[in-house]
Design a protein around this ligand. Structure first.
Ligand SMILES: NC(=O)C1=CN([C@@H]2O[C@H](COP(=O)(O)OP(=O)(O)OC[C@H]3O[C@@H](n4cnc5c(N)ncnc54)[C@H](OP(=O)(O)O)[C@@H]3O)[C@@H](O)[C@H]2O)C=CC1
Ligand SMILES: CC(=O)C(=O)O
Ligand SMILES: [Mg+2]
Length: 592
């Protein structure tokens, strides 16, 4: 059960523009597929074409009437079975597999065979299967993409398609696309450049959009921009599936992405575009270039910022304080890449909303990269990093050298380097701070800055723990200390639901502030007392609904919404209504 949203000290609406006269702007759009209580698909396909389409197939669940109407009588077993019975058979077979990558491959095949059954499987077993289709196992699947590949999914735009991207975009067979997740595979989790193998990340993220955010799976599109790879092993591997040349850089890279953005927004003007796992500085440069032009955001920079801010705000609550206490925190952040900078900027935005100046807010941060502190004398920093520079301290000093001076109350790990949160650091922080925030956020598990066991042992159980990849709760001195997953998978599905339901034209920075405050308010006092700061992953749909409602309302207040609840419905009802459920559709055959 979720706690009701608490009233927040300073409502985010106060930092947003006042709503205009919205009534005049309402454009009640025509009833669409999701508007029907029963999902209906109209197709011209019949016979084997239906059985070979993962969006249409029902396998043994076709009724006698459907078998006749769709021309498949005799092509499937005679006794109709329910989706429930199919699910049970499939889960029994999945449970026989012990190797995580083999489970991934089984689920991958299921998705390519029968999408409805696949999404039902994930929704019903979210906590168990999210680590398979998402971090950590998806990381291994990306590394081995060219070795385990059997069937294509999504779209690839490569250097061979330059000058023809509109024609390539036209090849996608569905006109309605609500959400696109796109990567160039240059920084996949903390695993580096995996080239075209990065495709599993957009596929996994979109599964979370469907299962966690209720986005219609028929309207999602995973995309790889194949601009080459600098991964030497892949460049020399005869099985590699991507373009075997070095990555485009600089102007050539930007011209490539510009052409793609133009082609894709012409073809799918309603789509929300999530940029994912682009390396620095491209990740930030692309965000800054497109954020005011199209409906896009960068997941690693912005939705990671939202969920990490939520974790920090919820930590304030777990200590018995309020969101405003964030102004008293001291943050030590290991990692100054796209996520490190994005997370810290999102926290700065919140501190400013709580009444501090931007300078005061930046002064609460100590940021490190592999050369040490971003401090005096560092002339190698990007503008996005320079704002976090500590001009009063020599650049390059190590966290260990500065720990006693800075006395951080919150540790952020976005470094891709395992074990950086060591015993010395963790035990010191726990010696003066009540419930320090210990957030090793690097993925997959092998890159985590510490494990949950290490964090609990070295802090003697005095902590709030949230990690990028999942860790089990830890038994400590007769108590169970709860762990949390601070991953953007908690934030982007709800953000997407709100943006799609309101057909927002842009994704303003307020989106991520709204999202963070909603999620930070969801923990009950009982949960917070055990170290649990937000609901478990199996409540993700409920979390996404709350986030989505507030994001849609924000879009309305900011005059960027172009779609509104039909007469008689409020945003809550509208979003609930829009959330896709894993049920077989009614199929109608028409010569289109
Ligand atoms: N939990 C979540 O939801 C999310 C987690 N992440 C994870 O965060 C990690 C970082 O992602 P991202 O920022 O995009 O990656 P980047 O490659 O852009 O940045 C990595 C940063 O870590 C720094 N670094 C490397 N070694 C050390 C070290 N020993 N000490 C301190 N800093 C170090 C790098 O410094 P330098 O440039 O000097 O080498 C760089 O600033 C990844 O593992 C990713 O999976 C990302 C998004 C979401
Ligand atoms: C979670 C995520 O987006 C990442 O690790 O890159
Ligand atoms: Mg990512």
């Amino acid at each position: 059960m979720l706690a009701p949203i608490q009233t927040i000290a300073r409502p985010v609406s106060s930092i947003l523009p006042a709503a205009g006269t919205l009534a005049a702007k309402r454009t009640f759009f025509a009833p669409s597929e999701v508007y029907n209580k029963k999902q209906v698909i109209i197709t011209k396909k019949t016979g084997l074409d239906i059985l070979n389409d993962p969006k249409l197939i029902k396998g043994s669940a076709f009724t006698a009437d459907e078998k006749d109407r769709l021309g498949i009588r005799g092509l499937v077993p005679p006794r109709p079975q329910s989706l429930e019975a199919q699910y049970k058979r499939c889960k029994t077979n999945l449970d026989k597999i012990s190797d995580p990558l083999e489970k991934f491959i089984f689920l991958n095949h299921l998705q390519n065979r029968n999408e409805t059954l696949y999404y039902k499987m994930i929704i019903e077993n979210f906590v168990e299967l999210a680590p398979i289709i998402y971090t950590p196992v998806v990381g291994e699947a990306c590394q081995k993409f060219h070795k385990i590949f059997t069937q294509t999914r999504g779209m690839y735009f490569s250097t061979a398609d330059r000058g023809q991207m509109s024609a390539v975009a036209a090849n996608w067979p569905y006109d309605d696309v609500d959400v696109i997740v796109v990567t160039d595979g240059s920084r996949i989790l903390g695993l580096g450049d995996l080239g075209a193998g990065g495709m599993q990340i957009p596929i996994g993220k979109l599964t979370l959009y469907v299962c966690g955010g209720g986005i219609n799976p028929r309207n999602v599109l995973p995309i790889v921009l194949d601009v080459g790879t600098n991964n030497k092993e892949l460049l020399n591997d005869p099985l590699y599936l991507g373009m075997q040349h070095p990555r485009l850089q600089g102007e050539e890279f930007h011209a490539f992405v510009d052409e793609w953005v133009s082609a894709i927004t012409d073809r799918f003007p309603k789509a929300v575009i999530q940029f994912e796992d682009f390396m620095m500085p491209n990740a930030l440069d692309l965000l800054l270039k497109y954020k005011d032009q199209i409906c896009m955001f960068n997941d690693d920079i912005q939705s990671t910022g939202a969920i990490t801010l939520a974790s920090v705000l919820a930590t304030m609550r777990a200590r018995g304080g309020s969101f405003a206490d964030i102004k008293k925190e001291t943050f030590l952040c290991l990692g100054a890449g796209s996520s490190g900078v994005g997370v810290c900027e999102t926290i700065v935005d919140c501190i400013v909303a709580e009444g501090a100046t931007r300078e005061e807010a930046y002064a609460q941060f100590y940021m490190f990269d592999h050369k040490g502190l971003l401090g005096k004398g560092r002339d190698d920093l990007l503008p996005s990093q320079q704002v976090f520079m500590r001009k009063e301290i020599e650049g390059g000093k190590t966290p260990a050298e500065l720990l006693k001076k800075i006395k951080p109350t919150c540790l952020l790990g976005l470094s891709t380097c395992p074990k950086l949160f060591n015993k010395e650091m963790l035990s010191f922080v726990a010696s003066y701070c009540e419930k320090p925030g210990i957030f090793p956020l690097s993925n997959p598990t092998s890159r985590s800055e510490c494990t949950a066991e290490e964090a609990v042992e070295f802090t003697d159980g005095n902590l709030i723990f949230a990690s990028g990849s999942p860790f089990d709760p830890v038994e400590w001195k007769g108590k169970t200390i709860q762990t949390n997953q601070c991953n953007n998978s908690y934030s982007f599905p709800g953000i997407g639901l709100g943006l799609v339901s309101s057909r927002a034209t842009r994704v303003p920075f307020e989106t991520f502030q709204v999202c963070a405050r909603v999620i930070a308010s969801l923990g009950t006092p009982e949960m917070l007392a055990t170290g649990k700061i937000f609901p478990d992953l199996d409540n993700l749909r409920a979390v996404s609904l709350e986030v989505g409602i507030e994001v849609a309302k924000m879009a309305e207040r900011m005059n960027i919404a172009t779609q509104f609840p039909p007469k008689g419905m409020d945003w809550r009802e509208w979003l609930k209504h829009n959330m896709w459920q894993p049920e077989y559709p009614h199929i109608v055959v028409k010569n289109l």
